[in-house]
Design a protein around this ligand. Structure first.
Ligand code: AMP
Length: 404
């Protein structure tokens, strides 16, 4: 974890998607949110903002077809109406792709914007939304410094052996085609918190963290640094996810185009939106729904769960190559923090790593509780650790801007 700034202060954290905007005002000293919400269906016929303040949930309807700029203007009014503007010291933006240029969080200026634009060629949908969020926030919060925090930055410590694809080297040299990894703020945060929980020095510890939400990735963390991770050039590579397929044979592209006449856009849609838990179960991308259906006897839901766990266990086992020894396996994200079924299935397959599941602790670990789920006689531990990416973004923004 970064060190805490001296004074109590609040940071507005923005996370822009192509048609959504997640926001929260975070107290940097506690990590608690003062207000949090989501603007959805931006640019659509019925956009809205839903937010939670002092335990109360409110929905505001926005005018039809209004997008990010209007949502941020409405957010400014909301912040002023609740007298939350005086405590704000900065705006922190979650930026999905930082390419190779950004290895840490930065104060946003015109050079940084140019760098984000450059990296956006690698992830156009996310990059465009992030840039839109930054320009709208700059227009609406003229007096506040803005900081970019990159999902890729934590993984910039990977060695070229881990980050290169076995493609013609020129594609890397000329166009930056390589593995970047994502969920960096989350892997960084849970590793730091786990080191504290286990009273281990982070600079002398080996962790594997599994961030399992709608998007899923695993990261091998040696002495506090990412040495390998399962997502790649884009967040599609690696594990089975809610609607994403993860690893597949690239030969599939040829089959889909020549035999089934798929366009590039249709393939992208198939792999990103229609695959994963949803594709296999033909039911849902939501883990809870799949678990309920599997318990009720739905065989495709059971298959989806089993594939999810098998692929995850295989990826975790593979990271014993760079790590050699493991202090703890960390579960985080909506699934990792709540699903005793998934954790149990994965750990059963990984018993050879010396992790013995404590079944009761596994059942008890949910609803944002951190704790050990391995039995005392384990040689490597298993931990559930709630993530808090917004806090990392807020801390970075507060630290970078405190001397301004
Ligand atoms: P996230 O993207 O981190 O918000 O995680 C979303 C995923 O977490 C969805 O697949 C949810 O079904 C899953 N999830 C949330 N709560 C539970 C739960 N109690 N049991 C199983 N999965 C859950």
């Amino acid at each position: 974890m970064p060190t805490l700034p001296n004074n109590p202060n609040h940071v507005l954290v923005l996370n822009c998607g192509s048609s959504s905007l997640k926001f929260a005002i975070i107290d940097v000293n506690t990590g608690n949110d003062i207000i949090s919400g989501l603007a959805e269906r931006l640019g659509d016929d019925a956009p809205s903002i839903k937010y939670k303040f002092k335990g109360e949930k409110t929905t505001i309807k926005l005018a039809a077809n209004q997008a990010h700029a209007h949502a941020i203007d409405t957010l400014v009014d909301l912040i002023k109406d609740h007298n939350l503007d005086e405590q704000l010291v900065a705006v922190g933006h979650r930026v999905v792709h930082g390419g190779e240029h950004f290895t840490q969080s930065v104060l946003i200026d015109e050079h940084v914007i140019a760098g984000i634009k450059q990296a956006a060629t690698l992830a156009p949908l996310h990059g465009h939304a992030n840039l839109l969020g930054i320009s709208s926030a700059q227009a609406s919060f003229k007096n506040l410094p803005q900081v970019a925090v990159f999902d890729t930055a934590f993984h910039q410590t990977m060695d070229e052996v881990a980050y290169l694809y076995a493609l013609p080297y020129q594609l890397y040299k000329d166009f930056g085609v390589r593995r970047y990894g994502f969920h960096g703020t989350s892997h960084f945060y849970v590793a730091g918190q786990t080191a504290k929980l286990l009273a281990l020095p982070i600079e002398n510890s080996n962790f594997i963290s599994a961030h399992l939400g709608n998007g899923c990735s695993v990261c091998a963390i040696k002495n506090g640094k990412s040495v390998d991770t399962s997502m790649g050039l884009t967040p599609l590579e690696g594990l089975v996810m809610g609607t994403r397929c993860g690893d597949i044979d690239p030969g599939l592209f040829n089959f889909l185009t020549t035999q089934l006449n798929y366009t590039a856009q249709q393939i992208d849609d198939l792999l990103n939106q229609k695959s994963g838990l949803l594709g296999i179960s033909e039911l849902s991308n939501d883990c809870r729904t799949i678990e309920e259906a599997a318990i009720a006897g739905n065989s495709q839901a059971m298959l989806a769960l089993n594939m999810f766990c098998y692929r995850l266990a295989k990826q975790i086992a593979a990271y014993m190559v760079p790590l050699q020894k493991l202090d703890a396996l960390i579960f985080t994200g909506g699934i990792g923090e709540n699903s005793d079924i998934i954790r149990g299935k994965v750990l059963t397959q990984l018993a050879f790593l010396g992790i013995n599941l404590d079944p009761q602790a596994n059942l008890d670990a949910r609803f944002g509780q951190a704790g050990l789920i391995s039995a005392a006689n384990s040689t490597s531990k298993a931990v559930v650790m709630p993530t808090n990416e917004e806090w990392v973004i807020a801390l970075d923004a507060a630290n970078i801007t405190k001397e301004l």
